[in-house]
Design a protein around this ligand. Structure first.
Ligand code: ADP
Ligand code: MG
Length: 676
């Protein structure tokens, strides 16, 4: 059995379990071993029955005197057993687990772990963990017992057994792929030991040690992947050259001067970096990071303009039709006097999609035959909203033998040190400044009992100041695409608000509205035909309505702080005093976390705080941070990020001397979190 084999290579795992495991993203033997616990039950307190105290968590080793299934008066199924040891007896009770009598028989020697309860004056374990003891070292009781992310049909107990057997299988095998020197220098346990430590630790220290190793390993591999991609990108040949002769330079300068605003210093700086790349003979591969509202579109527009003036073609890819339509309008206006043909291609709309110089589109671009002979630049906006596969496919599609310049734009707040790791293959430009006029969006948390008051306040704002309001509907399911359930909740919200705001005009927009209609709704909102626009959470992405000054976010507690920050960025775009109202019915539960929204107006800081809040209970579960899903490593551990990067740069140069590491890098499909 190889680590890269399918899980079905493990005894007693067939097609049925394979399917279930797939839901946990476990496909190979290695995936199973890397399915880490998110917490442990501490059952290491081993006691005799006579020593037990109520409420303590403990393990008892003893023998089953009797066991039986019974129905209670109200037809509940319970399994009752009597446990004995040399000091006494106690009752064990399980609910709805009649099958237990098949594995636990009278006279079995067992380990029982759980919290001791007082049942009618007598001590008992309710629904304890159990295991039949046959002289083996215990797996489920009497120790720190791992608890895993589960799915229906796959319990922690099942995972524990399988992982234990698999680890035993590899006991003598040399599965290490990290260079010995690294292990030694950094004092990390071997892979074998680390896996045993993380799944079956004897102490807290074991867990810590293994986490250190796995945290490093994760970042090290990410960095190596980045190196690999960087190399391969650098070896590519540029598709089309772009020049910046005096006349084009002049046109671009005039274009910038005629904008209704002055570029921020940051915008100027990143524009220069991009222009510099564009005029080189190597394909650009650059990430442009900038908080919501920092003005990335205009930077993209400058790059697009230069490309078009070179008589070359460019693609601007966006994740939603709404955004495609918005960019189409924006660019059509911006380039009105330049005689540039702009095209639009989404699944429901096509304009000039064959003859244009700038083609704006959604992932429909992937599935149509676009024939841009002179393609020189591809810009991907809001790249984090594209699925990883979509991005990969996208690059394949545009990738002829020669490569265009590539600019990816994102508002995901990624600390620079982290960006250098996961996007180590990309050059990084950061817009670290918002346009001056912009004011902080005043943010309030609104508990249910103040909801009516808030609605009245908004009515007044609309009536007196013609304020425009976004209402973001409850987040029912988080998904890249719009789920039907989100759409349904949007419709309900809309019906409700139409009644509450009966004197005003209310609009509704969601992912299932046809593009044409969507455009019209957005346009109408822009032209103030609606006072209130109800939208699904997906509308977050990049929509620009300068006049909107109030945003209500329903079920705010379901969103991450960074997402809330992005949503909040929909208002306060034009200098009008703006407000963000976070509605939450579980207000007191969420208050601690949400209160930071009122105080902090910086995406990165908010993401950092969010992570801290997710800490307990999920101490090292999936560290989710926008697009980033790190399994173990702390994404804000700047020191480790820098160190792992150094190691990766060194080892990448000598990869041939480390065949196991090289092999690992080639095999792993799961390492990548980068846009390409
Ligand atoms: P994002 O970075 O979120 O994509 P946009 O490009 O949509 O932001 O810009 C947000 C708004 O700010 C737009 O209405 C845009 O016209 C405006 N804007 C962009 N740059 C400036 C600037 N330097 N000064 C004032 N307003 C600006
Ligand atoms: Mg944008």
């Amino acid at each position: 059995m190889k680590l890269t084999d399918s899980v079905t290579a493990i005894p007693l795992i067939g097609e049925k379990y394979q399917k279930l495991l797939n839901k946990l993203d476990i496909k190979t033997v290695e995936d199973l071993l890397y399915h880490f616990p998110f917490r442990y039950n501490d059952f290491s307190n081993i006691k005799k029955i006579s020593e037990l105290l109520v409420d303590e968590t403990a393990t008892v080793y003893g023998s089953i005197e009797s066991i039986k299934n019974i129905f209670t008066k109200n037809r509940k199924k319970i399994t009752k057993a009597m446990l004995t040891d040399e000091t006494g007896k106690m009752e064990l009770v399980w609910f709805n687990q009649f099958f237990l009598t098949k594995s636990i028989k009278a006279k079995s020697s067992v380990g029982i772990s759980g919290t001791v309860e007082n049942m009618d004056g007598k001590l008992a374990f309710l629904s304890p963990e159990y295991e039949i003891v046959k002289g083996q070292t215990p797996t489920h009781t009497g120790r720190l017992t791992p608890v895993y992310p589960e799915t229906r049909g796959i319990t922690s107990k099942w995972l524990r057994s399988k992982i234990k057997k698999t680890l035993d299988f590899y006991k003598e095998a040399d599965i290490e792929f990290l260079p010995q020197k690294i292990l030694k220098d950094r004092n990390y346990p071997s892979l074998n030991t680390s896996l045993n430590f993380i799944h079956f630790p004897n102490s807290q220290k074991d867990i810590e040690q293994s986490l250190k190793r796995f945290g490093f390993e994760e970042l090290f591999l990410l960095n190596l992947k980045s190196q690999q991609r960087k190399k391969s990108w650098q070896g590519r040949e540029l598709a089309q050259k772009i020049d910046l002769p005096q006349n084009i330079k002049k046109t671009v300068d005039t274009f910038v001067q005629k904008l209704p605003f002055k570029l921020t210093n940051a915008q100027t700086k990143v524009s220069e970096q991009i222009i510099n790349d564009l005029t080189k003979l190597k394909p650009m591969n650059r990430l442009l990071e900038g908080d919501v509202g920092s003005g990335k579109t205009i930077v993209a527009a400058i790059a697009l303009l230069i490309t078009a003036l070179n008589k070359r073609q460019a693609i601007l890819a966006v994740p939603t039709e709404l955004l495609a339509a918005q960019h189409y309008t924006t660019l059509t206006n911006l380039f009105e006097h330049f005689g540039i043909e702009i095209g639009l291609l989404t699944s429901s709309k096509k304009i000039n999609n064959q003859s244009c110089q700038i083609l704006i589109g959604t992932h429909a671009l992937l599935y149509s035959k676009i024939n841009l002979q002179n393609l020189a630049l591809v810009i991907i906006d809001e790249q984090h909203r594209f699925g990883v596969e979509q991005r990969a496919k996208f690059l394949q599609t545009i990738e002829t033998s020669k490569t265009p310049h590539l600019l990816t734009m994102t508002a995901t707040p990624i600390p620079r040190s982290l960006a250098l790791t996961i996007y180590g293959d990309l050059d990084l430009s950061v817009i670290d400044e918002l346009p001056k006029k912009r004011k902080k969006v005043t943010t309030w948390l609104v508990p249910s009992k103040k909801r009516d008051g808030a609605y009245n306040w908004i009515k007044e704002k609309i009536a007196k100041e013609r304020a425009q309001v976004f209402v973001v509907c409850p987040l029912i399911e988080e998904s890249e695409a719009e789920s039907m359930r989100n759409v349904k909740s949007a419709k309900e919200e809309y019906e409700k608000l139409k009644k509450i705001f009966s004197d005003f005009s209310v609009g509704l927009v969601h992912g299932k509205v046809k593009t044409k209609e969507k455009d019209k709704i957005m346009q109408d909102f822009k032209e103030k035909k609606y006072d209130i626009l109800v939208a699904t959470p997906v509308v977050e992405v990049g929509i620009d309505i300068p006049n909107a000054s109030i945003i209500i976010i329903e079920t705010a507690e379901r969103f991450g702080l960074a997402s809330l920050h992005q949503l909040r960025g929909r208002v306060g775009r034009s200098g009008i005093k703006s407000y963000c109202l976070l509605f939450s019915d579980s207000f007191y539960a969420s208050q601690n976390r949400l209160k930071y929204m009122a105080e902090i107006h910086n995406g990165i800081k908010l993401a950092e705080i969010d992570l801290k809040f997710r800490g307990p209970g999920d101490a090292f579960g999936t560290h989710q941070h926008g697009i980033l899903k790190l399994k173990v490593a702390d994404i804000f551990n700047t020191k480790l990020l820098a160190e792992s990067k150094d190691y990766a740069e060194n080892y990448y140069k000598n990869l041939d001397k480390h065949p196991k590491l090289k092999n690992k890098l080639q095999q792993s499909t799961k390492i990548s979190v980068s846009p390409n």
